[in-house]
Design a protein around this ligand. Structure first.
Ligand code: SF4
Length: 409
C-alpha cells in the first residue's frame, strides 16, 4: 500500500477529481506540447456533467492559456473508456492533431494516463507499506508492540512528521481564513458563508455540548467554504470532504490543549485509514458516491480522534468502522454541480458523527461484529452497484429534485 502522502494534498478547491486532477493532467500535457497552436480538451462522464459547477473548465484554461483552448463537455461516453472521470487532451497545429493524451482523474487529485504504465521507480518510492488491510496492519503492530502512529513512522521514515506538520499548518490556515471570510459563495446559488456566524454567535445560556457542536461545525464550514470559493485546502481524503478531519482535530487541540505532536500522530493514523479505503475500495464520489468521500473522511476522523483520546487498536478500528458503516449508500448529488449543497453541511454532520463513533467504540468495542476491512469492501460493492445518477453527475437525488423545483440558477 502507498504512502499516506498520497491522501493529503494541498491544493485549490472545489474538487480533487474535478480541479486538482485536471490541473495536474493539463500541466503534464502542456509540458510536452509547448509549441501547440491550440488545445482542445474533451470532458467525459462526471467531469462533463458537473465540470462546469466544479470549475474544471476554469482550471484547465488557467493552465493551458494563453494558447487558445476549447473545452468540450461531451455527453457521449466512448465504450473503451473505463473511468467516469475521463479527459482527452489534443494539441493542434493548423488542422492537424499533433499530440493526444487520455487521462483519468481517479480521485483525491490523482491521475492515470490511459495506456501508460506507472513509472516503476515511482511505484517503488510510493509503495511503502507491505500490509494492505487493517487486519494485516493490526497483526504487524501486535508483533512489533507498537501503536498505529509508530507503525506509520516505521514504514514512512521520520520525515513523515515534517510532511504532516506542513499538512496540519495548511489545514489550520484554511480554518482561520474561512472563519474570517464573509459574503456569498460563487456559482449562482446565492449561498452565504456561515462559518463566522456560527463561530461568533453562541445560543443564550449555551451548554458545553452545544458549544462543541457549534465550534466543530464552524470549523468544518470554514474549510468547506474556502474550498467552495476555490481557496487552498488539504484533501482529506478529497476536496469535497476536506472539512471533517481538520474541524475535529482543531477543536480537540484548541479546547483540550493537546500538543502538536499528538495531532500529527492522529493525522498519521487518519491517513492510514484513508489509504486503506483508497487501496481496497475508492475515495471517489464519481466511482462510489458520497459514502466514498464523506464516509471515508468520517472514518479517518473517528480513527484520529480515538488515537487522540488514547484508545487502543480495537477501539480505533471499531470507531473507524462505525463511521464508515453508517454512511453506506450515501449518494453524491451536489445541486447544480457545485460543491456546496449538500456538501458543506454534510462535512459538519460527519465531523459530529466521527466524535460519536469514537465515543460509542469506547464503550462497546467488545461487541463489534463487522470489521473495518469488511465495511470497506461493502462500501465498494455498494458504490459500484449504485445507479450512475447518484455518482457525481448531478442527475439524481437532491440535485434532480432541486432542478425540477427551480429550473435554472
Ligand atoms: S455530495 Fe459528497 S461526494 Fe458529492 S461532491 Fe459533495 S461532498 Fe463530494
Amino acid at each position: 500500500m502507498r504512502s499516506i502522502k498520497e491522501i493529503y494534498k494541498i491544493g485549490k478547491g472545489p474538487s480533487s477529481s474535478h480541479t486538482i486532477g485536471p490541473e495536474r493532467a493539463a500541466k503534464l500535457f502542456l509540458k510536452d506540447n509547448q509549441t501547440a497552436e491550440r488545445f482542445t480538451v474533451s470532458l467525459f462522464g462526471s467531469l462533463s456533467k458537473t465540470g462546469k459547477g466544479h470549475g474544471t473548465d476554469r482550471v484547465l484554461r488557467e493552465v493551458l492559456e494563453p494558447t487558445p483552448t476549447e473545452i468540450i463537455f461531451r455527453t457521449d461516453m466512448p465504450e473503451r473508456l473505463t473511468h467516469p472521470n475521463t479527459m482527452k487532451f489534443e494539441a493542434w497545429k493548423g488542422d492537424e492533431v499533433v499530440s493526444k493524451l487520455w487521462v483519468e482523474s481517479v480521485g483525491g487529485g490523482d491521475i492515470h494516463v490511459v495506456g501508460e504504465e506507472e513509472d516503476p521507480a515511482r511505484i517503488e518510492e510510493l509503495e511503502v507499506y507491505p500490509e494492505n488491510s487493517l487486519a494485516e496492519i493490526a497483526q504487524q503492530c501486535r508483533l512489533w508492540n507498537c501503536t498505529l502512529a509508530e507503525y506509520v513512522e516505521f514504514n514512512e521514515g521520520e520525515e513523515i512528521w515534517d510532511f504532516l506538520a506542513t499538512i496540519w499548518e495548511a489545514m489550520q490556515n484554511s480554518i482561520h481564513e474561512g472563519l474570517n471570510a464573509e459574503g456569498t459563495l460563487p456559482g449562482g446559488l446565492g449561498i452565504a458563508r456561515k462559518a463566522k456566524i456560527l463561530y461568533e454567535n453562541p445560543a443564550p445560556n449555551e451548554v458545553p455540548q452545544v458549544t462543541e457542536v457549534r465550534y466543530v461545525s464552524a470549523y468544518a464550514y470554514a474549510v468547506c467554504e474556502q474550498n467552495a470559493d476555490c481557496g487552498t485546502i488539504v484533501t482529506a481524503p478529497t476536496c469535497g470532504a476536506c472539512g471533517v478531519l481538520p474541524a475535529v482535530l482543531y477543536y480537540m487541540k484548541d479546547r483540550r490543549h493537546l500538543d502538536e505532536r499528538k495531532i500529527l500522530e492522529s493525522l498519521a493514523v487518519a491517513g492510514l485509514f484513508g489509504n486503506l479505503v483508497k487501496h481496497n475500495a475508492s475515495i471517489s464520489g464519481a466511482e462510489c458516491g458520497c459514502q466514498a468521500e464523506i464516509g471515508t473522511a468520517c472514518s479517518m476522523t473517528a480513527a484520529a480522534t480515538s488515537h487522540l483520546m488514547g484508545l487502543g487498536m480495537e477501539q480505533i478500528q471499531y470507531a473507524a468502522e462505525i463511521a464508515l458503516e453508517h454512511h453506506l449508500g450515501l449518494t453524491c448529488d451536489p445541486i447544480c454541480g457545485l460543491v456546496q449543497v449538500p456538501c458543506i453541511e454534510r462535512n459538519a454532520v460527519a465531523a459530529m458523527r466521527a466524535i460519536n463513533a469514537c465515543n460509542l467504540a469506547y464503550f462497546l468495542h467488545d461487541t463489534q461484529r463487522i470489521s473495518f476491512d469488511l465495511v470497506v469492501k461493502t462500501m465498494h460493492e455498494t458504490g459500484i452497484s449504485m445507479n450512475q445518477s447518484f455518482r457525481e453527475t448531478s442527475e439524481g437525488g437532491l440535485a434532480r429534485m432541486f432542478s425540477r423545483r427551480r429550473p435554472s440558477v
